[in-house]
Design a protein around this ligand. Structure first.
Ligand SMILES: NC(=O)c1ccc[n+]([C@@H]2O[C@H](COP(=O)([O-])OP(=O)(O)OC[C@H]3O[C@@H](n4cnc5c(N)ncnc54)[C@H](OP(=O)(O)O)[C@@H]3O)[C@@H](O)[C@H]2O)c1
Length: 287
């Protein structure tokens, strides 16, 4: 299958390129390939003639989106509209990722695909606008909401994922204050890439929730990381109000992979089993 991966050197993009090794993959990286440059995007994709385009590009530093909503909308909404239009024009299947943050967290039980979104911050609103463009403009699409990604490509240059940020802060000998009232399903990009690869070989188009199984708070995620590493830095649970981040976040954004289960996609591992595998691959714990 001819597949273009946008954001191919990001966390998820890197694992997608690895997973799709048997396919004919075009790895598109920023800034050479910039989703906000619609004309260039058209000419590159026109020449490649991919059967599918997988878009992992996002402006997703959630607090920065509050200060710079223009950039958030440019990348997460307008560029997605341009890509959605191109899907119709050039006839490719569009695979696009969205976020657990489209929900407000009031449900307090895992969200399924048919639950109504109600985003609380600029990032989430811009991602939901992107979702609506895909749903309105594309006939054959896979729209995938996911949560709390961790993958091997996380690096200081790109901005750490949560696990690596915790490890780095602990290395600096700091007391780690971590929110203990926001529930999530941390998700391995290696597994998400595998499930995406399986999904795009079907014709079961539409909206999917794809996350690791189980749930935890960010504090519990940090705790488990250090217990697997056999380390005990000073960890302090705090609530969201004490933490006072710029962007308001849902207190509960666990997703249920309802549709994926219905179509028989292989189950994800439990998040802490995926975390163990991640730490092994990074050679931070023995295999
Ligand atoms: N990370 C999470 O915890 C999380 C949670 C829920 C949903 N998601 C969604 O999952 C998707 C993948 O996330 P990720 O963690 O893999 O992100 P990531 O590591 O930041 O990867 C995104 C990639 O897109 C590139 N990019 C940024 N702006 C671009 C532009 N204008 N044009 C083309 N490429 C651009 C980035 O390049 P540079 O690095 O050079 O900027 C990077 O290679 C995103 O849609 C995100 O919203 C992520």
């Amino acid at each position: 299958m001819r597949i273009a991966v946008i954001g191919a050197d990001g966390q998820l993009g890197t694992d997608l390129v690895k997973t799709l090794a048997q396919d004919e993959v075009f790895a598109l990286c920023y800034p050479e390939f910039d989703v906000t440059r619609a004309d260039r995007m058209r000419s590159v994709l026109q020449e490649m003639r991919p059967a599918a385009v997988i878009n992992t590009a996002a402006f997703h530093r959630v607090d920065d989106c509050e200060d710079d909503p223009e950039s958030a909308f440019r990348v997460n909404s307008i560029a997605v509209r341009d890509l959605a239009r191109l899907a119709g024009e050039l006839g490719f299947v569009l695979v696009h990722y969205s976020t657990d943050y489209v929900f407000d967290g009031r449900k307090k039980a895992p969200y399924i695909e048919s639950d109504p979104p109600n985003p609380l911050n600029a990032y989430a609103v811009s991602k939901l606008a992107g979702e609506f463009f895909v749903r309105a403009l594309v006939e054959r699409y896979f729209l995938i909401r996911t949560c709390g990604l961790f993958g091997e490509a996380s690096s200081p240059g790109k901005g750490y994922n949560f696990v690596d940020r915790m490890i780095a802060l602990a290395g600096a000998g700091k007391t780690l204050r971590v929110v203990d009232d926001q529930w999530v399903s941390p998700t391995s990009t290696a597994e998400l890439a595998e499930r995406t690869s399986a999904l795009i070989r079907t014709d079961k188009y539409g909206l999917y929730h794809l996350t690791s199984e189980g749930q935890c708070t960010w504090f519990q995620f940090a705790q488990r990381t250090f217990s697997l590493l056999g380390r005990s830095p000073r960890l302090e649970p705090v609530d969201s109000k004490t933490f006072a981040a710029k962007a308001r976040r849902p207190l509960y954004s666990v997703l249920e992979n309802k549709r994926a289960k219905e179509i028989g996609l292989r189950d994800f591992s439990l998040w802490d089993e995926a975390l163990r595998v991640y730490l092994e691959k990074r050679a931070l714990i023995p295999r």
